[in-house]
Write a protein that binds this ligand. Structure first.
Ligand SMILES: [Zn+2]
Ligand SMILES: [Zn+2]
Length: 125
């Protein structure tokens, strides 16, 4: 593969932006470790890189905190569930034993579903 400007020069790589073969003389040095053939391509490629980084963050690929609402759901679920467990141990009626446990499970499931939907859609609440 030869440089697109210098027919006798071997290309060292391909411009990240316009995909032209670039030789050592034509390659523009830059801080992001990719080959570009011109200043314009360097600017375009840098812009593109920045956009990629931004969209990565927008789609939640970087680790982030869980929204407070989901944490509240999970906490309420755990509290209800534990309450149901404890009252059951002490021989309480099903109204005070099984019912709170079911409430707890429903809340925990609701929280888990929210986390799942959030991961799937990639939208931060
Ligand atoms: Zn280029
Ligand atoms: Zn060249």
């Amino acid at each position: 593969m030869k440089c697109f400007v210098h027919e006798n020069e071997d290309a060292v790589g391909i411009c990240k932006h316009c995909s032209k073969a670039v030789c050592k003389k034509c390659a523009i040095p830059n801080e992001l470790n990719f080959l570009v053939c011109s200043e314009i391509c360097k600017q375009e490629a840098t812009l593109y890189q920045a956009m990629m980084e931004k969209s990565k963050m927008a789609y939640g690929l970087k680790p982030g905190r869980l929204p407070t609402t989901i944490i509240v759901y999970l906490l309420i679920g755990v509290v209800f569930f534990l309450f149901g467990c404890i009252t059951s141990i002490f021989g309480a009626d099903w109204i005070y034993g099984v019912l709170p446990m079911i409430f707890g499970v429903v809340f925990i499931l609701a929280g888990a579903m929210s986390i799942y939907n959030q991961r799937k859609s990639g939208i931060r609440v």
